[in-house]
Design a binder for this molecule. Structure first.
Ligand code: ZN
Length: 50
């Protein structure tokens, strides 16, 4: 759930998925790709989280 929280936190600042969004995400949570991947592997429904 951690990744989702950080993801939503970033959306409070940037409301879309652009380069700035992912750059902010990387600053707050280095290696977030791994968390996202793990989340999607354990719960395929999570892959539908925008
Ligand atoms: Zn999002």
């Amino acid at each position: 759930m951690h990744y989702v929280v950080i993801h939503e936190l970033c959306h409070l600042i940037i409301r879309q998925h652009n380069k700035a969004f992912y750059s902010l995400l990387s600053e707050l949570m280095p290696g977030w790709e791994r968390w996202k991947l793990r989340l999607e592997t354990n719960n395929p429904v999570a892959s539908q989280i925008p």
